[in-house]
Design a protein around this ligand. Structure first.
Ligand code: 6R9
Length: 673
């Protein structure tokens, strides 16, 4: 574990405070700080009673739970474990017979701008029919199903249909490579893959089914008996007889009614792979009851969702944000949501603003990296500045995935939100299932760049390596001291790694280590009337990078590079700050041949970038590749990554280099190709 990064020193001292307007407070579900404090006090007074109350009020149980929290095999915590429910019934059936039944659930806008709408009633029929199609292929409760789909109604239907029959889904982001897909299929032991023939992004047709075939051909995927293919375009694709079926074929003659399968609250709803500090991605396993409670509750708390809202979360279903705030949360809350197939810059960088106006979006949730790229586009082309559209439907803005820098925050607040809309800077992780530290729009005074305060019941703290509290104002490691309902349950197939990664022995073995550094202010923001310290996230404390809000393990990229065995002898990957993507990937490579320079170096760097894209996916391509005769190592042979980090940032080396075996290497690596 690295010490919390030096970013702590560079955190801006931010004095601007934006309290919610009196009107916002008056209308909000959690109205004002006293209401927030009252919920925190309830959780402090009777922790289990607090969660039991919320779980009864927010989740529809087939059989009610009698046990709230079971800590007997900590850190394998169980919540509501004798309760029985179905996640899909909680998102769809619950609305039947209410005014939500005939409300639009999904407004889908395709890459080319075509719009389709689906009501809750229709969505229930489609999910049920798809669930019947899965059953007809012999897929049962407890089976794992990999979903490799573009953004669209079909992806959500596939996820909900799995949930309906009690199959555990594992969505793999459509930008991942055949190899990455195969690794996930193998690790999950999937019996089926649900995919599309192609995906449309930015006017381009990209193959998906062909990548599934390529992945399966890599071996170890004998468990896969079924591949269901949504024919997104008219283009041809290769069919494997007996195994492959189109959606149309699979759905033919299937009933649009399917009773939801009752599952225990701890039944794994899904596995989602994410990067950790070793080469192998971790299959984060989530529960059904606790997860669903969180998805519903945070829609109410953080987004203050109301019957007339149009909610738009721009995240892909391949990430946790697309699970909790596209596939489950908005549906459980009975909201109307926008789902967008394409990219924010096609046909131009005004697409988001145009869509907000077109669909009258009131709650908009996106990532800082998107905001930064749209700022840049608006700066160079006035025609795509948000001022060209009427964004008055907006009520609340959200940010997720990485720290939002105060400049981007101010632009978002001013030019998108019209200085009217609170920004909820939501800190959370794949492992937390949903928001854990975030402002509440009708309560929390906002400070640009701060995710502010933990949600009621989240016992967040900042500690040192031994788990002891660190005084406010100093930086340390972010932890959550008590289990909460939507937390990760285990790493699929690797419980030891679960314990080691998140519950370090030195901290006592029962408190959740987030993997991020954080600092909390001493007291609340000046003049805000709040006396609790505000949290700021300072970045990962492990070997995980955050590139455009996507988690990438440095070891994963290193393994990919050295897998190019004809060329690469050794590689080390570090991150460096980047104005647009937050962090950029920087690779230091030693080749099996002489160190290349000039044109040759550029060519090989490109070859390696494309190789990494094939091994992992385009998001893992190093921005910067430097070649050396060697890497800076200690006399015991350890690569000195902190030196590489300084070199990548173009900093003067001020650290002690006396333990370095080969100091001359630093100059060489400092040269860009
Ligand atoms: C939801 C999601 C998790 C990592 C997390 C942290 C970073 C996410 C943030 C944030 C600062 C925020 N992160 N939200 N950092 N402020 N509001 O992104 O999950 O893909 O698992 O990434 O992202 O470093 O540890 P995931």
């Amino acid at each position: 574990m690295n010490a919390p990064s030096s970013a702590i020193e560079s955190v801006l001292v931010e004095n601007r405070v934006f309290p919610p307007s009196a009107a916002t407070v008056a209308a909000a579900r959690i109205a004002g700080m006293p209401a927030y404090e009252a919920l925190c006090a309830e959780a402090a007074r009777d922790y289990e009673g607090f969660w039991a109350r919320l779980a009864r009020d927010n989740v529809r149980w087939i059989e009610p739970f009698t046990r709230t929290l079971d800590e007997s095999s900590a850190p394998f915590y169980k919540w509501f474990d004798d309760g029985v429910l179905n996640a899909s019934a909680n998102c769809l059936d619950r609305h039947i017979g209410t005014p939500v039944e005939h409300k639009t659930a999904i407004v889908f806008e395709a890459d080319d701008g075509a719009v389709t709408r689906v009501t809750y009633r229709e969505l229930l029929a489609r999910v049920s029919q798809f669930a019947n199609a899965l059953k007809a292929r012999g897929i049962r409760k407890g089976d794992r199903v990999v979903i490799y789909m573009p953004m669209g109604v079909e992806g959500v239907v596939a996820m909900q249909a799995c949930a309906r029959i009690g199959a555990t889904h594992s969505v793999v982001f459509g930008g991942f490579s055949a190899k990455a897909l195969q690794e996930r299929i193998v690790d999950a032991g999937a019996v089926a893959v649900i995919t599309a023939s192609y995906q449309m992004r930015g006017g381009k047709e990209l193959p998906l089914k062909a990548i599934v075939d390529e992945g399966i051909a890599l071996g170890g995927c004998e468990s896969v008996k079924t591949v269901l293919v949504h024919e997104r375009t008219a283009s041809a694709w290769n069919r494997v007889a007996g195994r492959d079926q189109t959606f149309v074929e699979a759905l033919q003659d299937r009933s649009t009614e399917c009773a939801p399968e009752p599952v225990g609250a701890e039944h794994p709803l899904f596995i989602l792979y994410t990067s950790g500090s070793t080469g192998r991605p971790k299959g984060v396993q989530h529960s059904t009851g606790g997860y669903l409670l969180w998805a519903k509750l945070t829609m109410d708390w953080t987004f203050d969702i109301r019957p007339g809202d149009v909610f738009w979360c721009t995240a892909d279903i391949g990430w946790i944000t697309g699970h909790t705030y596209v596939a489950y949360g908005p549906l459980a809350a009975g909201a109307t949501q926008v789902i967008f197939e394409g990219v924010p810059t096609y046909p131009n960088a005004g697409r988001f603003w145009q869509m907000i106006e077109r669909h009258q979006v009131s709650v908009f949730y996106t990532a800082p990296t998107a905001i930064r790229s749209l700022i840049k586009a608006a700066d160079s082309d006035a025609a795509v500045h948000p001022r060209n559209w009427n964004l008055s439907s907006l009520r609340i803005l959200g940010s997720v995935g990485e720290p939002i820098n105060p400049e981007a925050w101010m632009w978002y607040y001013t030019h998108v939100g019209g200085e009217r809309c609170p920004i909820v800077d939501t800190f959370w992780q794949t492992e937390t299932g949903g928001h854990v530290i975030t402002p509440l729009p009708g309560a929390t005074p906002l400070v640009p760049g701060s995710c502010t305060l933990p949600l009621p019941g989240i016992m967040a703290a900042i500690v040192d390596e031994t788990g002891h509290d660190i005084p406010d104002g100093a930086g340390g490691m972010l932890v959550i001291k008590r289990p909460w309902p939507s937390m990760i349950r285990t790493i699929w197939g690797d419980p030891d790694r679960f314990v080691k990664s998140y519950f370090p022995e030195e901290m006592g073995g029962t408190i959740y280590l987030a993997g991020d550094g954080a600092v909390r202010s001493a007291g609340g923001p000046a003049g805000s009337g709040v006396d609790r310290g505000y949290f700021r996230i300072t970045g990962r404390i492990d070997d995980v990078l955050n590139v455009s809000g996507h988690r990438m393990g440095t070891m994963e990229i290193e393994s990919a590079l050295v897998a190019k065995t004809d060329l690469v002898a050794e590689a080390a990957v570090v991150g460096r700050p980047d104005d647009l993507t937050g962090e950029a990937i920087c690779a230091f490579v030693v080749l099996k041949r002489a160190r290349p320079t000039g044109e040759e170096a550029r060519q090989i760097a490109n070859e390696l970038r494309n190789w990494v894209a094939k091994e992992i996916g385009p998001i893992a391509k190093p921005k910067d590749i430097r070649f050396g005769d060697n890497l800076p190592k200690t006399r015991s042979g350890k690569i000195m990554r902190r030196l590489l980090r300084s070199i990548a940032r173009g900093e003067q080396i001020t650290q002690d280099t006396s333990t370095l075996e080969n100091p001359a290497i630093l100059d060489q690596l400092g040269q860009t190709n």
